[in-house]
Design a protein around this ligand. Structure first.
Ligand SMILES: NC(=O)c1ccc[n+]([C@@H]2O[C@H](COP(=O)([O-])OP(=O)(O)OC[C@H]3O[C@@H](n4cnc5c(N)ncnc54)[C@H](O)[C@@H]3O)[C@@H](O)[C@H]2O)c1
Length: 347
């Protein structure tokens, strides 16, 4: 259902009159907890898949995000129009030192607008929305690229994102066992409890190598700037999902991962060239040709293969796109109205 169709039913509530007689907006505020209840994998993954297909067919309006550095930390402003969903704008930051403050590394707010009238519709907690839509993209990659042969899921970097990644990816790649590694023992320990509560058998590993060996799917969700996944330790077949290393010179995957991969898929060819060393550097040093790099939307629409052989190693690299935020925000808004979630606030 279109955002607009819902909006027509509720437009009476969208405005109030100010003291000066002008119309002032009322927007729906949706919390992170509500997002977790609304955007389950069985709902969100197919919507994110559709948004990627629209993106790769050139149907969305998605300028590269604006990046600024504040006190040594990365801030992004991400905007997009996704037809049938809406216009979304996210302000997001990545503050790695927040780990020591007990605060999330990534914090964000997303605003959703009606594309025709420009009316602001919703203000949405963006940390959870980011984690959910990032996990949904990884799940789309697992749907098309994960091997048939089962094995444990390895998780390198067991912070905030990794919690959502596991739930969404394991929706498509069923695994009883997970092997985890984090440079911070307390992060691995807290994740162990989390994953055991979800019913997984968990092995806490002493190195990335130990975690990766024998895994059918490897998820890298760390804040590393240098490679943590070494291709020589990957089993064949395997699917590698890497969501970290989101700055131009940072890499989470070594050369060998790229050399061994039969398929390399990214969220956006344009964005990965600007925003991660994981694809840009292998292209520049000549171990990866641009022609070998496909987009998730091309794989989902059947234009490019997700996997060529049963034994192959496949790679999905994401840096995160504004289309994911806009689509996820619109779906959350529609579901919140249907189910009576959220609170209208007057602006
Ligand atoms: N691709 C996307 O769309 C997208 C979206 C959101 C976040 N991210 C990225 O995901 C990554 C994780 O974000 P988060 O919010 O979970 O951060 P977080 O700080 O909560 O977790 C990161 C974890 O990685 C661990 N780590 C750092 N270096 C490591 C190493 N060399 N080996 C093993 N573990 C290591 C840290 O100890 C920490 O526990 C960040 O790089 C972030 O930018 C990507």
């Amino acid at each position: 259902m279109l955002v607009l169709e819902v909006e027509l039913k509720v437009d009476l509530y969208l405005f109030q009159r100010g003291l000066f007689g002008v119309s002032l907006p009322r927007v729906l505020a949706i919390s992170g907890k509500e997002l977790e209840e609304l955007l389950k994998p069985e709902i969100l993954v197919s919507e994110i898949e559709k948004a990627f297909v629209l993106y790769s067919s050139g149907s969305t309006v998605t300028p590269p995000r604006t990046v600024m550095w504040v006190e040594g930390n990365w801030w992004g402003i991400m905007q997009s129009y996704v037809p049938n969903y809406g216009v979304g704008v996210k302000v997001v930051n990545v503050i790695p030192s927040n780990v020591e403050r007990g605060l999330p590394t990534i914090q964000a707010i997303v605003t959703l607008f009606d594309p025709l009238t420009g009316t602001p519709l919703a203000v949405i907690e963006g940390g959870v929305l980011t984690a959910l839509r990032t996990a949904a993209a990884s799940a789309v990659s697992a749907k098309y690229m994960a091997p048939e042969t089962r094995g444990p899921i390895a998780i390198i970097g067991t912070g905030y994102q990794a919690r959502y990644q596991l739930v969404f990816v394991s929706h498509f790649y069923k695994a009883e066992e997970i092997k985890i590694y984090d440079i911070r023992e307390e992060a691995a320990e807290s994740y162990r409890k989390y994953a055991e509560n979800l019913g997984f058998k968990v092995t806490v590993c002493r190195s990335a190598r130990e975690a990766i060996e024998g895994a059918g799917v490897v998820i890298e969700a760390s804040t590393t700037r240098t490679p943590v996944i070494e291709g020589k330790h990957l089993r064949s077949p395997a699917h590698v999902i890497s969501i970290g290393a989101h700055v131009r010179d940072a890499r989470a995957l070594d050369d060998e991962v790229i050399k061994r991969a039969e398929v390399v898929v990214v969220d956006s060819r344009e964005a990965v060239m600007l925003e991660t060393g994981d694809i840009r550097i292998p292209i520049e040093i000549g171990i990866l040709s641009k022609e070998r790099v496909s987009e998730l939307g091309e794989v989902a629409s059947g234009k490019k293969p997700g996997r060529i052989t049963r034994e192959g190693i496949t790679v999905f690299k994401s840096v995160g796109l504004a289309i994911q935020d806009a689509a996820a925000a619109a779906v959350a808004y529609r579901l919140a109205l249907e189910k009576g979630f959220g609170r209208f606030i007057e602006l």
